[in-house]
Design a binder for this molecule. Structure first.
Ligand SMILES: [Zn+2]
Length: 322
């Protein structure tokens, strides 16, 4: 392949082109941390793009995002051939990973209960970016209609073989709407046209639709440490800070803003929801809302490493069953 001239991205959260700083990665800072990459193929594909492996930090909203738009041909090479599928498949059998998914499903049911749902056979759910279908298997309890969507052919073929119902085109999704719940589990980080996808999901959700967004949690303090580290030529603080695969690095603040700009209203966060493990909080929508307000206020303090932010939101202009 000869080098394709890359176009610059605008900030996908606020649309600004002005930046506070940029984090420039050398190729080896990426591949030294990513053991699952096919090294020869990665070097062959990306050596000529070494000067383009950059994160911008938006001057207006502080979102960290990949500076350039990667052409589909390059991303296909990454997701189909450079990343080793066998290694990725092995992760789904990890008990800790399964526990995380079970906990998340528990939280989703709790939020649905707060929204007035009473029965599992009232639920039509879409796992957007479902990969191997491991979350689908956790959610697939009696009555629930659970569907997946993904673009990775190897993963969806295997998920289908294991009994998952998977849509593989946007038209398929539109023909099968609406859904009561849409889950984005570690998806938004990978998407270049974030607003396009959020608008699609808005269209796919029904009138009481719940959107659950899980992304990696890297708040400004952690990003600053990473900036200093890679500038000194050291490795990034985590392999997740990689402008090729993870083109948007959200903080709690920027994720909320991006959802709001696409007409999703914040209901609660994973942190707030965990307080409902306390029996007297469990059935009180008012207390949950109060704790959510507190979490909004304190969200700048906690810096994450290998943590997730979970945000539950609904379509705006909707009445919530209190
Ligand atoms: Zn911005």
């Amino acid at each position: 392949m000869s080098k394709i001239e890359l176009k610059r991205r605008k900030c996908p959260n606020c649309g600004s082109m002005t930046i506070k700083a940029e984090m420039k990665f050398r190729l080896e800072q990426i591949y030294n941390l990513n053991e699952s990459y096919n090294l020869d193929l990665f070097k062959k594909t990306f050596t000529e793009y070494e000067d383009n492996i950059i994160y911008n930090i938006c001057n207006e909203c502080s979102l960290v995002y990949s500076k350039f738009i990667w052409p589909d041909s390059l991303l296909n090479e990454v997701y189909s051939n450079i990343i080793n599928h066998d290694r990725s498949r092995q992760k789904i059998y990890d008990i800790n990973k399964t526990l995380e998914l079970v906990r998340e499903w528990n939280s989703i049911l709790r939020v649905l209960k707060f929204l007035g749902k009473k029965r599992t056979d009232e639920l039509r759910i879409l796992d957007f970016g479902c990969g191997w279908g491991d979350f689908i298997h956790v959610i697939d309890c009696r009555g629930v209609q659970i569907y997946g969507f993904d673009e990775d052919k190897i993963k969806i073929d295997e998920a289908k073989k294991n009994g998952c119902k998977i849509f593989s085109s946007i038209d398929d999704l539109k023909n099968n709407k609406p859904f009561d719940v849409i889950i984005l589990n570690s998806v938004l980080e990978h998407i270049q046209d974030v607003n396009g996808v959020l608008q699609l999901l808005y269209e796919l959700l029904n009138t009481n639709g719940l959107l659950i967004t899980l992304v990696m949690d890297y708040r400004p303090r952690f990003i600053k440490l990473n900036y200093e580290s890679i500038k000194k030529g050291e490795l990034p603080l985590t392999k997740n800070l990689n402008p090729i695969e993870h083109v948007n690095i959200y903080s709690y603040k920027t994720l909320k803003e991006n959802l709001k700009a696409n007409n999703f209203e914040l209901l609660t966060t994973g942190v707030s929801l965990s307080a409902t493990n306390i029996p007297f909080v469990r059935n009180s929508w008012g207390i949950l809302k109060l704790i959510t307000q507190m979490e909004k206020l304190t969200s700048k303090i906690v810096a994450g490493r290998n943590m997730d932010i979970t945000v539950y939101s609904i379509k705006r202009n909707m009445t919530v069953n209190k």
